[in-house]
Design a protein around this ligand. Structure first.
Ligand code: S3P
Length: 449
């Protein structure tokens, strides 16, 4: 049946439309899925491998466009990174402080993590000059959140709008350590400053208002950096100059990718899915807590620890969902899952309120505006709030033309919404999914029964 539910129409070999036609008799989702490697951990494994001494071996790397951008930037500065492959990637590091000056612009593509984390390393590299840019989405995203604290450390960075928009030019220097109180809970900000701290003599500290994902901290320690953590202040201190040594990294499946299946399994009647090998680091499991609050039937099976990160298989069976309020400290722990949570809320009874999520407005797209517009076009009842959404559940969706706005998480969220919409839904610019989930639509086809 699945072949007739999903059709892909390629346009000029680059863009494609995903056409989803729900049969009048309905459908359900059944089977086991392995999601691709965690995007945040994949970036960090490539970066730390590149600046460590010796060899790093990575298993389970995400082969999405974003880690490819990271690999190409670090290759341009002298790291030897083998062909990217899920089974095994070998990185021969160049050692901290040894970047070659790249002869061309470093291009981070669509990846905020590549650009923001890399800036910490570039700014602290004495005697080298760098230029960095990204695609049109990344060139409109705010860089001042990392540029300002780096400038407080003495960094020299130039760009449009006072250095807040890429393209940026960086003259690397020896920096001075700071204690930075970040006004936002952002792992990209925290990691950028800590990466700058690796080459900076003394103690560099970052505190944040709520705890953001801690993959950098875990991996810094594994690679040999001296790090202290203060849970009271959500503070992390790194002592530089550090020496990092190549490691073996096993990347777990990405809970942000698993989230699409968790919601799909919960909202499509009669579904029963197992998502294998998912990273369940507590700084990332806000989605499990939110779905539990909504009444989803999700079980953790086979919990284990793999290379310093907790992992489990997640089983989801469809159930009736109810609206809830999602706000406060949980937001950084589910920030990337809010587009798909909005889809869950559309199919829940009652109202769901999402607040304190203004960060969504400066992601790969304005995810508050785009999700509200696109789902409302299908018949949902969503009101935009400055920092979130109010979603009145229980309306039925009708298939129509929707658009990803070239945002990977929007493309996948709309495809999942379409499974419960009557008629035909066309997701335009669906190719964006490849940023974080190259085989998403093939996996979807495989579980439709
Ligand atoms: C990421 C941090 C988050 C997240 C992004 C990946 C990371 O961004 O949204 O997809 O790998 O550090 P912020 O740090 O801007 O919240």
């Amino acid at each position: 049946m699945s072949a007739s539910v999903i059709t892909v129409e390629t346009q000029e070999n680059v863009s494609y439309k995903l056409i989803i036609q729900r049969p009048p008799s309905g459908l359900s989702l059944q089977g086991r899925i392995r999601v691709p490697g965690d995007k945040s951990i994949s970036h960090r494994a490539l970066m730390l491998g590149a600046i460590a001494e010796g060899e790093t071996q990575i298993q389970g790397l995400l082969l999405g466009e974003d880690p490819r951008s990271t690999a190409s930037c670090f290759r341009a500065m002298g790291a030897e990174i083998s062909e990217l492959n899920t089974d095994f990637v070998r990185v021969k590091g160049i050692g901290l402080g040894n970047f070659l000056e790249p002869v061309d612009v470093l291009n981070a593509g669509n990846s905020g993590t590549t650009l923001r984390l890399m800036l910490g390393l570039l700014a602290s590299h004495p005697g080298r000059f760098f230029t960095v840019t990204g695609d049109s989405s990344l060139r409109s995203r705010p860089m001042s959140r990392v540029v300002k604290p780096l400038q407080q450390m003495g960094a020299q960075i130039w760009g449009r709008n006072g250095g807040s928009l890429a393209p940026l030019a960086i003259q690397g220097q020896a920096l001075t350590p700071i204690h930075y109180h970040s006004p936002i809970a952002s792992a990209q900000v925290k990691s950028c400053i800590l990466l700058a701290g690796l080459l900076t003599e003394g103690q560099t500290t970052v505190t944040e208002p709520a705890l953001s994902r801690d993959h950098s901290e875990r991996m810094f320690r594994a690679f040999g950096a001296e790090l202290s953590i203060d849970p009271e202040t959500n503070g992390v201190t790194v002592t530089g100059p550090a020496k990092l040594y190549g490691q073996s990294v096993i990347v777990p499946g990405d809970i942000s990718s698993a989230a699409f299946w968790l919601v799909a399994g919960a909202i499509v009647p009669g579904s029963d899915l197992v998502i294998e090998n998912v990273g369940i680091n507590p700084t990332r499991t806000g989605i499990l807590e939110a779905l539990a609050l909504m009444g989803a039937d999700i079980q953790r099976e086979n919990e284990r620890e793999v290379a310093g990160e907790p992992v489990a298989d997640l089983r989801v069976r469809s159930s009736r969902l109810r609206g809830c309020t999602i706000a406060g400290d949980i937001i950084p722990r589910l920030i990337d899952e809010i587009p798909i949570l909005a889809v869950a809320a559309v199919f829940a009874e009652g109202t769901t309120i999402i607040r304190d999520a203004q960060e969504l407005r400066v992601k790969e797209s304005d995810r508050i505006a785009v999700m509200a517009q696109q789902l409302n076009n299908m018949g949902a009842n969503i009101t935009e709030l400055p920092d979130g959404m109010e979603i009145t559940g229980g309306t039925s969706l009708v298939g129509t033309d929707v658009d990803s706005h070239t945002d990977h998480r929007i493309a996948m969220s709309l495809a999942i919404a379409a499974l419960n919409a009557t008629g035909i839904t066309t997701v335009n610019r669906a190719e964006a999914a490849a940023i974080s989930y190259p085989n998403f639509f093939e996996s979807l086809t495989g579980i439709i029964k």
